[in-house]
Design a protein. Structure first.
Length: 464
Protein backbone atom coordinates (compact mmCIF):
# COMPACT_ATOMS: atom_id res chain seq x y z
CA UNK A 1 0.00 0.00 0.00
CA UNK A 2 1.38 3.43 -0.88
CA UNK A 3 1.98 5.95 1.89
CA UNK A 4 -0.87 8.09 0.52
CA UNK A 5 -3.32 5.20 0.68
CA UNK A 6 -2.20 4.27 4.20
CA UNK A 7 -2.70 7.88 5.28
CA UNK A 8 -6.17 8.00 3.73
CA UNK A 9 -7.12 4.70 5.35
CA UNK A 10 -5.78 5.90 8.69
CA UNK A 11 -7.84 9.09 8.38
CA UNK A 12 -10.97 7.12 7.44
CA UNK A 13 -10.54 4.77 10.40
CA UNK A 14 -9.89 7.71 12.63
CA UNK A 15 -13.02 9.45 11.42
CA UNK A 16 -15.02 6.32 12.17
CA UNK A 17 -13.50 6.07 15.64
CA UNK A 18 -14.30 9.72 16.20
CA UNK A 19 -18.05 9.65 15.81
CA UNK A 20 -18.61 10.73 19.38
CA UNK A 21 -22.40 10.70 19.29
CA UNK A 22 -22.99 7.48 17.38
CA UNK A 23 -26.19 5.58 18.18
CA UNK A 24 -28.41 2.99 16.47
CA UNK A 25 -32.04 3.57 17.48
CA UNK A 26 -34.43 5.99 19.18
CA UNK A 27 -33.84 5.79 22.92
CA UNK A 28 -36.40 7.76 24.94
CA UNK A 29 -35.73 9.53 28.21
CA UNK A 30 -31.97 9.91 28.09
CA UNK A 31 -29.45 12.38 26.67
CA UNK A 32 -28.42 12.12 23.04
CA UNK A 33 -25.10 13.34 21.66
CA UNK A 34 -24.37 15.17 18.41
CA UNK A 35 -21.43 14.64 16.01
CA UNK A 36 -19.16 16.54 18.40
CA UNK A 37 -20.19 14.55 21.46
CA UNK A 38 -22.25 17.44 22.88
CA UNK A 39 -25.68 16.88 24.36
CA UNK A 40 -28.49 17.48 21.84
CA UNK A 41 -30.32 20.51 23.30
CA UNK A 42 -33.51 21.11 21.29
CA UNK A 43 -36.61 21.08 23.49
CA UNK A 44 -40.21 22.08 22.93
CA UNK A 45 -39.47 21.76 19.24
CA UNK A 46 -40.52 20.17 15.97
CA UNK A 47 -39.07 18.32 12.99
CA UNK A 48 -39.48 19.03 9.28
CA UNK A 49 -38.11 17.03 6.39
CA UNK A 50 -36.28 18.73 3.52
CA UNK A 51 -34.87 16.49 0.81
CA UNK A 52 -33.70 13.33 2.50
CA UNK A 53 -32.86 14.99 5.82
CA UNK A 54 -34.87 15.65 8.93
CA UNK A 55 -34.31 18.99 10.66
CA UNK A 56 -34.96 19.24 14.38
CA UNK A 57 -35.54 22.68 15.89
CA UNK A 58 -35.76 23.27 19.61
CA UNK A 59 -34.96 25.38 22.64
CA UNK A 60 -31.33 25.53 23.62
CA UNK A 61 -31.05 25.57 27.41
CA UNK A 62 -28.51 26.27 30.11
CA UNK A 63 -28.21 24.57 33.50
CA UNK A 64 -28.34 27.83 35.39
CA UNK A 65 -31.29 29.91 34.25
CA UNK A 66 -34.45 29.80 32.20
CA UNK A 67 -33.38 32.75 30.05
CA UNK A 68 -33.58 32.40 26.26
CA UNK A 69 -30.40 30.86 24.87
CA UNK A 70 -31.44 30.63 21.22
CA UNK A 71 -33.13 27.96 19.13
CA UNK A 72 -30.89 25.17 17.89
CA UNK A 73 -31.13 23.27 14.62
CA UNK A 74 -29.88 19.70 14.13
CA UNK A 75 -30.21 17.41 11.13
CA UNK A 76 -30.38 13.66 10.66
CA UNK A 77 -31.07 11.03 8.03
CA UNK A 78 -32.24 8.27 10.35
CA UNK A 79 -33.79 10.21 13.32
CA UNK A 80 -31.16 8.56 15.62
CA UNK A 81 -27.89 10.39 14.89
CA UNK A 82 -28.14 14.17 15.05
CA UNK A 83 -25.71 16.65 13.53
CA UNK A 84 -25.58 20.08 15.10
CA UNK A 85 -26.24 22.53 12.26
CA UNK A 86 -26.61 25.96 13.82
CA UNK A 87 -28.11 28.20 16.41
CA UNK A 88 -30.91 28.96 13.95
CA UNK A 89 -32.18 31.94 15.94
CA UNK A 90 -29.61 33.21 18.44
CA UNK A 91 -30.25 35.26 21.54
CA UNK A 92 -30.70 38.85 20.29
CA UNK A 93 -28.50 41.70 21.52
CA UNK A 94 -31.58 43.39 22.95
CA UNK A 95 -35.35 43.41 22.59
CA UNK A 96 -38.02 40.80 23.20
CA UNK A 97 -35.66 37.87 22.60
CA UNK A 98 -32.65 39.62 24.08
CA UNK A 99 -30.98 38.98 27.45
CA UNK A 100 -33.13 37.70 30.31
CA UNK A 101 -36.18 36.90 28.22
CA UNK A 102 -38.00 33.65 27.55
CA UNK A 103 -38.25 31.97 24.13
CA UNK A 104 -40.03 28.62 23.95
CA UNK A 105 -41.81 26.01 21.83
CA UNK A 106 -40.14 26.89 18.53
CA UNK A 107 -41.80 25.43 15.42
CA UNK A 108 -40.60 25.77 11.84
CA UNK A 109 -42.65 25.29 8.64
CA UNK A 110 -41.70 25.79 5.01
CA UNK A 111 -44.12 28.16 3.33
CA UNK A 112 -45.20 26.54 0.05
CA UNK A 113 -45.85 29.78 -1.80
CA UNK A 114 -42.72 31.78 -0.89
CA UNK A 115 -40.32 28.90 -0.18
CA UNK A 116 -39.31 30.78 2.99
CA UNK A 117 -38.90 28.95 6.29
CA UNK A 118 -41.16 30.49 8.92
CA UNK A 119 -40.38 29.98 12.60
CA UNK A 120 -43.06 30.58 15.26
CA UNK A 121 -42.37 30.71 18.98
CA UNK A 122 -43.60 31.76 22.44
CA UNK A 123 -41.92 34.99 23.59
CA UNK A 124 -42.13 36.14 27.20
CA UNK A 125 -40.44 37.72 30.21
CA UNK A 126 -38.60 35.53 32.69
CA UNK A 127 -41.62 35.80 35.01
CA UNK A 128 -44.04 34.90 32.15
CA UNK A 129 -45.83 38.28 32.23
CA UNK A 130 -45.46 39.56 28.61
CA UNK A 131 -46.35 36.61 26.41
CA UNK A 132 -47.04 36.68 22.70
CA UNK A 133 -46.53 34.49 19.66
CA UNK A 134 -43.51 35.73 17.72
CA UNK A 135 -42.14 34.81 14.31
CA UNK A 136 -38.89 34.77 12.37
CA UNK A 137 -38.04 33.94 8.76
CA UNK A 138 -35.12 32.58 6.79
CA UNK A 139 -34.31 31.63 3.20
CA UNK A 140 -32.24 28.70 4.43
CA UNK A 141 -33.62 25.98 6.61
CA UNK A 142 -30.71 26.16 9.06
CA UNK A 143 -30.98 29.96 9.31
CA UNK A 144 -29.94 32.52 10.28
CA UNK A 145 -33.58 33.39 11.03
CA UNK A 146 -34.56 37.03 11.31
CA UNK A 147 -36.81 37.77 14.29
CA UNK A 148 -39.73 39.95 13.19
CA UNK A 149 -41.56 40.45 16.50
CA UNK A 150 -45.17 39.47 17.18
CA UNK A 151 -47.29 37.56 14.68
CA UNK A 152 -50.38 39.72 14.22
CA UNK A 153 -54.10 38.88 14.08
CA UNK A 154 -56.27 41.84 13.00
CA UNK A 155 -53.24 44.05 13.66
CA UNK A 156 -52.75 42.86 17.23
CA UNK A 157 -50.29 40.50 18.93
CA UNK A 158 -51.61 37.09 20.00
CA UNK A 159 -51.03 37.20 23.75
CA UNK A 160 -50.81 33.50 24.47
CA UNK A 161 -48.03 31.38 25.93
CA UNK A 162 -47.90 27.67 24.96
CA UNK A 163 -48.24 27.31 21.21
CA UNK A 164 -47.72 24.87 18.39
CA UNK A 165 -48.20 24.69 14.64
CA UNK A 166 -49.85 22.40 12.13
CA UNK A 167 -49.42 22.23 8.38
CA UNK A 168 -52.23 20.51 6.48
CA UNK A 169 -51.80 18.45 3.27
CA UNK A 170 -53.14 21.35 1.20
CA UNK A 171 -50.24 23.56 2.38
CA UNK A 172 -52.34 25.71 4.73
CA UNK A 173 -50.62 26.59 8.00
CA UNK A 174 -52.19 26.87 11.46
CA UNK A 175 -51.21 28.28 14.83
CA UNK A 176 -52.37 26.42 17.95
CA UNK A 177 -52.37 27.96 21.39
CA UNK A 178 -53.04 26.67 24.90
CA UNK A 179 -56.71 26.03 25.55
CA UNK A 180 -57.04 24.44 22.10
CA UNK A 181 -57.42 27.68 20.13
CA UNK A 182 -56.64 27.41 16.40
CA UNK A 183 -55.86 30.26 14.00
CA UNK A 184 -55.49 29.86 10.28
CA UNK A 185 -52.31 31.57 9.07
CA UNK A 186 -52.20 33.89 6.08
CA UNK A 187 -50.82 32.47 2.81
CA UNK A 188 -47.28 33.59 3.70
CA UNK A 189 -47.59 32.26 7.32
CA UNK A 190 -46.51 35.67 8.62
CA UNK A 191 -49.80 36.68 10.24
CA UNK A 192 -52.97 34.98 11.47
CA UNK A 193 -55.95 35.44 9.16
CA UNK A 194 -58.83 33.69 10.89
CA UNK A 195 -59.78 32.44 14.34
CA UNK A 196 -60.96 28.93 13.49
CA UNK A 197 -61.50 27.30 16.85
CA UNK A 198 -62.22 28.74 20.31
CA UNK A 199 -61.01 27.40 23.63
CA UNK A 200 -61.93 23.73 24.11
CA UNK A 201 -60.32 22.97 27.47
CA UNK A 202 -58.78 24.87 30.37
CA UNK A 203 -55.05 24.43 30.51
CA UNK A 204 -54.46 22.26 27.46
CA UNK A 205 -50.88 23.42 27.24
CA UNK A 206 -48.22 22.24 24.76
CA UNK A 207 -50.87 22.01 21.98
CA UNK A 208 -49.92 19.36 19.40
CA UNK A 209 -52.01 18.52 16.36
CA UNK A 210 -51.78 15.98 13.56
CA UNK A 211 -54.06 14.42 10.95
CA UNK A 212 -54.53 10.82 9.86
CA UNK A 213 -57.11 9.51 7.38
CA UNK A 214 -59.21 12.66 7.56
CA UNK A 215 -59.29 12.84 11.39
CA UNK A 216 -57.51 15.56 13.33
CA UNK A 217 -56.00 14.57 16.67
CA UNK A 218 -55.37 17.40 19.13
CA UNK A 219 -53.12 16.56 22.10
CA UNK A 220 -52.36 18.80 25.10
CA UNK A 221 -51.17 18.72 28.68
CA UNK A 222 -52.54 19.88 32.01
CA UNK A 223 -51.06 23.00 33.53
CA UNK A 224 -48.24 21.82 35.79
CA UNK A 225 -45.20 23.89 34.79
CA UNK A 226 -42.18 21.65 34.06
CA UNK A 227 -43.80 18.71 35.91
CA UNK A 228 -45.13 15.92 33.75
CA UNK A 229 -48.83 14.94 33.71
CA UNK A 230 -51.24 12.63 31.88
CA UNK A 231 -51.59 14.35 28.49
CA UNK A 232 -55.01 14.00 26.81
CA UNK A 233 -56.54 14.51 23.39
CA UNK A 234 -59.58 15.38 21.27
CA UNK A 235 -60.56 14.33 17.77
CA UNK A 236 -62.55 16.02 15.02
CA UNK A 237 -63.08 15.76 11.28
CA UNK A 238 -62.75 19.55 11.04
CA UNK A 239 -60.24 21.98 12.54
CA UNK A 240 -63.12 24.20 13.61
CA UNK A 241 -64.67 21.33 15.61
CA UNK A 242 -66.76 20.06 17.24
CA UNK A 243 -64.01 18.27 19.19
CA UNK A 244 -64.69 14.96 20.90
CA UNK A 245 -62.77 14.09 24.07
CA UNK A 246 -60.66 10.96 23.47
CA UNK A 247 -59.11 10.38 26.90
CA UNK A 248 -55.49 10.20 27.98
CA UNK A 249 -52.67 9.08 25.76
CA UNK A 250 -50.65 6.77 28.01
CA UNK A 251 -51.80 4.62 30.98
CA UNK A 252 -53.14 6.65 33.92
CA UNK A 253 -50.45 7.84 36.32
CA UNK A 254 -47.58 7.19 33.89
CA UNK A 255 -47.54 10.93 33.21
CA UNK A 256 -47.29 10.37 29.44
CA UNK A 257 -44.21 8.23 30.14
CA UNK A 258 -42.83 11.24 31.96
CA UNK A 259 -43.11 13.72 29.16
CA UNK A 260 -45.10 16.67 27.80
CA UNK A 261 -46.23 16.72 24.16
CA UNK A 262 -44.65 19.08 21.69
CA UNK A 263 -45.09 17.63 18.17
CA UNK A 264 -46.15 14.58 16.17
CA UNK A 265 -44.00 13.72 13.17
CA UNK A 266 -45.61 11.79 10.33
CA UNK A 267 -43.11 9.35 8.77
CA UNK A 268 -44.69 7.96 5.61
CA UNK A 269 -43.19 4.93 3.87
CA UNK A 270 -43.98 2.42 1.15
CA UNK A 271 -46.04 0.11 3.32
CA UNK A 272 -46.63 1.94 6.60
CA UNK A 273 -46.85 5.39 8.11
CA UNK A 274 -45.52 5.91 11.61
CA UNK A 275 -46.80 8.84 13.66
CA UNK A 276 -44.09 9.68 16.15
CA UNK A 277 -45.14 11.41 19.37
CA UNK A 278 -42.47 13.82 20.59
CA UNK A 279 -42.62 14.79 24.25
CA UNK A 280 -40.23 16.71 26.50
CA UNK A 281 -38.93 15.17 29.67
CA UNK A 282 -38.08 18.45 31.37
CA UNK A 283 -35.52 18.56 34.17
CA UNK A 284 -35.54 21.95 35.82
CA UNK A 285 -33.03 23.55 36.53
CA UNK A 286 -30.57 21.30 34.66
CA UNK A 287 -32.44 21.60 31.39
CA UNK A 288 -29.32 21.63 29.23
CA UNK A 289 -27.69 18.47 30.54
CA UNK A 290 -30.52 16.42 31.94
CA UNK A 291 -33.73 17.21 30.03
CA UNK A 292 -34.41 14.60 27.35
CA UNK A 293 -36.94 13.55 24.75
CA UNK A 294 -39.58 10.82 24.79
CA UNK A 295 -40.28 9.80 21.19
CA UNK A 296 -42.77 6.96 20.77
CA UNK A 297 -44.82 5.53 17.90
CA UNK A 298 -48.56 6.20 18.35
CA UNK A 299 -51.03 3.25 18.10
CA UNK A 300 -54.42 3.68 16.45
CA UNK A 301 -57.73 1.87 16.98
CA UNK A 302 -60.66 3.37 15.02
CA UNK A 303 -60.37 7.06 15.92
CA UNK A 304 -58.60 6.60 19.26
CA UNK A 305 -54.88 6.89 19.85
CA UNK A 306 -52.57 5.58 22.56
CA UNK A 307 -49.04 4.97 23.67
CA UNK A 308 -49.96 2.06 25.88
CA UNK A 309 -46.49 0.59 26.24
CA UNK A 310 -43.21 2.41 26.52
CA UNK A 311 -40.66 1.37 23.91
CA UNK A 312 -37.26 1.85 25.51
CA UNK A 313 -35.59 1.49 22.13
CA UNK A 314 -37.10 1.32 18.64
CA UNK A 315 -36.17 1.74 15.05
CA UNK A 316 -37.90 3.28 12.08
CA UNK A 317 -37.36 1.97 8.57
CA UNK A 318 -37.08 5.05 6.35
CA UNK A 319 -38.20 3.10 3.25
CA UNK A 320 -41.17 1.13 4.56
CA UNK A 321 -42.18 3.67 7.26
CA UNK A 322 -42.46 0.80 9.74
CA UNK A 323 -41.50 1.10 13.41
CA UNK A 324 -39.99 -1.95 15.14
CA UNK A 325 -38.88 -2.61 18.70
CA UNK A 326 -35.13 -2.86 19.21
CA UNK A 327 -34.08 -5.56 21.64
CA UNK A 328 -31.65 -4.42 24.32
CA UNK A 329 -29.23 -7.34 24.12
CA UNK A 330 -26.68 -6.20 26.65
CA UNK A 331 -24.77 -7.90 29.43
CA UNK A 332 -26.51 -7.00 32.68
CA UNK A 333 -24.87 -6.23 36.02
CA UNK A 334 -27.35 -5.95 38.86
CA UNK A 335 -26.71 -3.09 41.25
CA UNK A 336 -25.10 -5.37 43.89
CA UNK A 337 -22.66 -6.97 41.41
CA UNK A 338 -19.08 -7.05 42.75
CA UNK A 339 -17.75 -5.34 39.62
CA UNK A 340 -19.51 -2.15 40.71
CA UNK A 341 -17.23 -0.27 43.10
CA UNK A 342 -19.26 1.88 45.45
CA UNK A 343 -17.79 4.67 47.59
CA UNK A 344 -19.59 6.67 50.27
CA UNK A 345 -22.83 5.47 51.80
CA UNK A 346 -25.25 3.26 49.84
CA UNK A 347 -27.87 0.75 50.96
CA UNK A 348 -28.73 -2.44 49.14
CA UNK A 349 -32.53 -2.42 49.29
CA UNK A 350 -35.79 -3.18 47.50
CA UNK A 351 -38.24 -0.42 46.57
CA UNK A 352 -41.51 -1.10 44.71
CA UNK A 353 -40.31 -4.69 44.22
CA UNK A 354 -37.17 -3.44 42.44
CA UNK A 355 -33.79 -4.31 43.97
CA UNK A 356 -31.74 -1.10 44.02
CA UNK A 357 -28.61 0.45 45.48
CA UNK A 358 -29.71 3.68 47.07
CA UNK A 359 -27.33 6.49 47.97
CA UNK A 360 -27.81 8.06 51.39
CA UNK A 361 -25.02 10.57 51.18
CA UNK A 362 -24.67 13.46 48.77
CA UNK A 363 -21.01 12.53 48.19
CA UNK A 364 -21.54 8.89 47.25
CA UNK A 365 -20.09 7.57 44.02
CA UNK A 366 -19.75 4.46 41.91
CA UNK A 367 -17.30 3.32 39.28
CA UNK A 368 -17.15 0.38 36.94
CA UNK A 369 -14.45 -0.64 34.48
CA UNK A 370 -15.47 -2.50 31.36
CA UNK A 371 -14.26 -3.70 27.99
CA UNK A 372 -16.81 -3.12 25.27
CA UNK A 373 -18.49 -0.57 23.05
CA UNK A 374 -21.33 0.84 25.14
CA UNK A 375 -22.57 1.21 28.70
CA UNK A 376 -25.92 2.22 30.15
CA UNK A 377 -27.61 2.80 33.51
CA UNK A 378 -31.06 1.68 34.61
CA UNK A 379 -32.45 3.62 37.53
CA UNK A 380 -35.56 3.52 39.61
CA UNK A 381 -36.64 7.14 39.40
CA UNK A 382 -38.42 8.34 42.54
CA UNK A 383 -40.04 11.51 43.95
CA UNK A 384 -37.12 12.09 46.36
CA UNK A 385 -34.28 11.49 43.94
CA UNK A 386 -31.83 13.99 42.48
CA UNK A 387 -29.03 14.36 39.97
CA UNK A 388 -25.90 12.31 39.37
CA UNK A 389 -22.91 13.30 37.24
CA UNK A 390 -22.01 10.48 34.91
CA UNK A 391 -18.81 10.24 32.89
CA UNK A 392 -17.15 7.66 30.66
CA UNK A 393 -13.39 7.85 30.21
CA UNK A 394 -10.90 5.86 28.15
CA UNK A 395 -7.68 4.06 29.18
CA UNK A 396 -5.66 7.26 29.20
CA UNK A 397 -8.22 8.98 31.40
CA UNK A 398 -9.69 11.15 28.64
CA UNK A 399 -13.33 11.92 29.41
CA UNK A 400 -15.48 11.01 26.39
CA UNK A 401 -18.92 11.60 27.87
CA UNK A 402 -19.77 13.83 30.80
CA UNK A 403 -23.34 14.66 31.66
CA UNK A 404 -25.96 14.99 34.39
CA UNK A 405 -28.58 12.29 34.83
CA UNK A 406 -31.90 12.98 36.53
CA UNK A 407 -33.07 10.16 38.86
CA UNK A 408 -36.28 12.02 39.79
CA UNK A 409 -39.83 11.32 38.72
CA UNK A 410 -43.07 12.28 40.46
CA UNK A 411 -44.26 8.67 40.37
CA UNK A 412 -41.78 5.74 40.53
CA UNK A 413 -40.55 4.43 37.18
CA UNK A 414 -37.96 1.81 36.31
CA UNK A 415 -36.08 2.83 33.20
CA UNK A 416 -32.89 3.26 31.20
CA UNK A 417 -31.71 6.77 32.01
CA UNK A 418 -28.21 6.84 30.60
CA UNK A 419 -26.71 5.24 27.52
CA UNK A 420 -23.28 6.11 26.18
CA UNK A 421 -22.77 6.59 22.46
CA UNK A 422 -21.37 3.54 20.63
CA UNK A 423 -17.62 3.63 21.19
CA UNK A 424 -14.87 1.67 19.49
CA UNK A 425 -14.17 -1.58 21.34
CA UNK A 426 -11.73 -0.89 24.16
CA UNK A 427 -11.55 -0.62 27.94
CA UNK A 428 -13.37 2.24 29.61
CA UNK A 429 -14.44 3.43 33.01
CA UNK A 430 -17.88 4.70 33.95
CA UNK A 431 -18.11 6.95 36.97
CA UNK A 432 -21.28 8.15 38.68
CA UNK A 433 -21.22 10.80 41.39
CA UNK A 434 -24.20 11.93 43.43
CA UNK A 435 -24.22 15.72 43.09
CA UNK A 436 -26.45 16.62 46.01
CA UNK A 437 -28.66 18.64 43.66
CA UNK A 438 -32.28 17.94 42.74
CA UNK A 439 -34.87 19.11 40.26
CA UNK A 440 -36.97 21.61 42.14
CA UNK A 441 -38.74 24.85 41.20
CA UNK A 442 -41.83 26.95 41.74
CA UNK A 443 -44.20 28.39 39.14
CA UNK A 444 -45.72 31.85 38.78
CA UNK A 445 -48.26 31.06 41.53
CA UNK A 446 -45.41 30.00 43.86
CA UNK A 447 -46.54 26.38 43.80
CA UNK A 448 -43.48 24.26 44.58
CA UNK A 449 -42.70 21.33 42.29
CA UNK A 450 -40.04 18.67 41.99
CA UNK A 451 -38.01 16.42 44.21
CA UNK A 452 -37.89 16.50 48.00
CA UNK A 453 -34.34 15.09 48.33
CA UNK A 454 -31.28 14.22 46.27
CA UNK A 455 -30.85 10.43 46.44
CA UNK A 456 -29.96 8.09 43.62
CA UNK A 457 -31.41 4.61 43.16
CA UNK A 458 -29.61 2.40 40.73
CA UNK A 459 -31.09 -0.86 39.40
CA UNK A 460 -28.52 -2.18 36.96
CA UNK A 461 -25.69 -1.41 34.58
CA UNK A 462 -25.80 -2.70 31.00
CA UNK A 463 -22.70 -3.28 28.89
CA UNK A 464 -22.11 -4.27 25.27
C1 LIG B 1 -45.08 24.61 30.92
C2 LIG B 1 -44.99 24.96 29.46
C3 LIG B 1 -43.53 25.13 29.12
C4 LIG B 1 -42.95 26.22 30.03
C5 LIG B 1 -43.21 25.86 31.48
C6 LIG B 1 -42.72 26.95 32.43
O1 LIG B 1 -46.38 24.36 31.31
O2 LIG B 1 -45.58 23.95 28.68
O3 LIG B 1 -43.39 25.46 27.77
O4 LIG B 1 -43.52 27.44 29.72
O5 LIG B 1 -44.57 25.65 31.70
O6 LIG B 1 -43.13 26.71 33.75
Amino acid sequence: MSILWSMLLFQALNLFAQQPGKTDAIYSGLSWYDQNGNVVSAHGGNIIKEGSRYYLFGESHSDTSNAFEGFNCYSSQDLYNWKFESVALPKQLNGKLGPNRVGERVKVMKNPSSGLFVMLMHVDTLGYKDQFVGYATSKNITGPYLFNGPLLFKGKAIKKWDMGTFQDDDGKGYLLTHGGIIYRLSDDYQSASELLNQNISTGFESPTLFKRSGIYYFIGSHLSSWEKNDNYYYTSSSLSGPWKFGGILAPKGKLTWNSQSTFVLEIPGKSDTTYMFMGDRWSYPKQHSAASYVWQPISFAADSISISTFLQAWKINQVSGKATVKALDYQMLLSNNKLLKYAGRWVDTTINESPVMRSIDSKSSLSVEFIGTQIGIYGLTLPDNGYARVSVSNKSGKILVNTLVDFYSKTPASQLIFLSPILKKSSYKLRLEVTGERPNWSDKKKTVYGSTANNISLSKIIIK
